[in-house]
Design a protein around this ligand. Structure first.
Ligand code: ACO
Length: 456
């Protein structure tokens, strides 16, 4: 995967089609690279010359004085082959082709031509038909998406441009941290499997989330996922017949039978997300939590209703709610009218201190493998104080997910926990879904280990 290093950690970047017009894509990309704090050399290229954003503009890439690792190409599709030839002559290592107007609109030959040119010069191609690439550890934001991206350990690969850009912004407000955002577009050369292999070895990435409409090479994708020691979460669009038709006209993907995808995903250990929101519900837990030792889960709650909803969700998600005799110990941390039967209901009058005691007990018990802590906002237990107490008390030895339901203060408390790396949600179903994904990933790991595969 050494060649992909040039895509993610280039020592220098040229923007070909860097525009003088601040409204144009070529300008936005250059602006994002500069405002993102990229430390390598940046070369705008445009036959008009002059200056853009304080940088000297080179009329062609061959005039750039130093070596160029990555060229981001934002010129109309018909010009791309000529530009690519010059990139090859210059010794560029990787190109990201933003331009649309290739296979997705039937210009198959034009797309084949750019692949052929790139291969001739040994260049790797991301795209075409993409919004770019961002790799946060290198302060590289070569996209025309949002200029600010929250840093974290989730890599996002998107076959959809607009959705990928939207998710860059959405993860920012949802408090989710990304290591990378990669738009794959038509996947003329660099594929999902190439990227999975790169992220499998990337020390800055712990979870890979893919929005996918179709796979070009099923066997290679399966091999890449199987050999990846990190969870791969896939949002596979085109589930329905009409959805598959829409995918075909969007990215030219053959969506294939959804049942086949579902079966293959289970076989190779992909965690399939129902939608993008669901993908990040599970990714948050997979990115932040330790693996459970077993599958025995307890729910701690101050509300009976929220506990029942969580129990329903647990059953639907296949979570094993622990029911051993030693649950009686929880009687010590609740009033006489509480219930120690899982869900452990410490009742509506529960204080921060009672939550803390219940959490400590659950963390200390060998019979408990993972914990869901639920909270309904009351006047006797301030949500932000509870969040601070959880942050202080949680030892991080077994998975803990939190759901807090209430007003603004609860929303802020959810943010506080997420910022501290404790997955928190505003609905009990999300918390249970997150735990179930963790247990599923644990089962996949076990299966692979039994198959003799190496895992972290
Ligand atoms: N080398 C370098 N620069 C050149 C060259 C060349 N050989 N030829 C022309 N240019 C310059 C132009 O002069 C222009 O600069 P200027 O504005 O200073 O004059 C700049 O390159 C851009 O060229 P334009 O002809 O103005 O093209 P425009 O910016 O309108 O569009 C683009 C180019 C963005 C690549 C367009 O063709 C395109 O494909 N847009 C779609 C992008 C897209 O949506 N990608 C898909 C995924 S994202 C999603 O779905 C949301």
């Amino acid at each position: 995967m050494a060649e992909l290093e040039f895509l993610f950690r280039p020592r220098s970047v040229a923007v070909i089609g860097a525009s003088h017009n601040p409204e144009k894509i070529g300008y936005k990309i250059l602006n994002n690279i500069l405002s993102g704090g990229y430390q390598g050399k940046v070369y705008p290229v445009n036959p008009k010359g002059g200056e853009i954003l304080g940088l000297k503009v080179y009329r062609r890439i061959t005039e750039v004085p130093g070596p160029v690792d990555l060229a981001v190409i934002a010129v109309p599709a018909q010009i791309v082959p000529d530009v690519l030839e010059e990139c090859g002559q210059k010794g560029v290592k990787a190109v990201a082709i933003i331009s649309s107007g290739f296979k997705e609109v039937g210009n198959i030959l034009l797309e084949q031509r750019i692949v052929e040119i790139a291969q001739r010069y040994g260049m790797r191609v991301l795209g075409p038909n993409i919004f770019g690439i961002a790799y946060l550890p290198a302060n590289l934001n070569a996209t025309f998406g949002p200029s600010k991206v929250r840093r974290g350990n989730i890599a996002l690969i998107s076959q959809s441009g607009a959705l990928g850009i939207a998710l860059m912004g959405w993860t920012q407000t949802a408090g989710l941290g990304l290591s990378a955002v990669v738009s794959v577009g038509n996947k003329a050369d660099i594929s999902d499997e190439d990227l999975i292999r790169f992220f499998a070895e990337d020390p800055n990435t712990d979870v890979i989330v893919i929005y996918m409409e179709g796979v070009h090479n099923g066997r290679a994708f399966m091999d890449a996922v199987r050999s990846c020691p990190k969870p791969v979460v896939v949002i596979k669009a085109g589930r329905s017949k009409r959805g598959a038709m829409a995918a075909s006209s969007h990215t030219g993907s053959l969506a294939g039978s959804d049942l086949v995808y579902d079966g293959v995903f289970k076989q190779i250990g992909v965690i399939r997300a129902r939608n993008y929101r669901d993908a990040f519900v599970v990714a948050r837990a997979l990115a932040d939590l330790p693996m459970p030792k077993g599958d025995r889960t307890v729910i701690i709650t101050n509300g009976g209703g929220i506990g029942v909803l969580a129990t329903d969700a647990a059953e639907a998600e296949g979570i094993n709610l622990y029911s051993g005799e030693d649950l009686k110990d929880f009687k010590a941390v609740m009033p006489p009218f509480g219930s120690y039967k899982n869900p452990i209901d410490i009742t509506g009058g529960a204080t921060v201190e009672q939550y803390v005691q219940a959490l400590r007990m659950a963390e200390d018990k060998d019979t408990v493998d993972s914990i869901a802590l639920l909270y309904c906002e009351t006047a006797v237990c301030d949500p932000e104080e509870l969040a601070e107490a959880i942050k202080r008390e949680y030892k991080g030895k077994k998975p803990l997910v939190v759901a807090m339901v209430g007003g603004e203060k609860s929303a802020r408390a959810v943010e506080l926990l997420n910022e501290a790396g404790i997955p928190a949600y505003d609905a009990p179903e999300d918390a249970m879904r997150a735990l179930s994904a963790l247990h599923l990933w644990q089962r996949y790991r076990k299966k692979r280990r039994q198959g003799g595969e190496e895992l972290r």
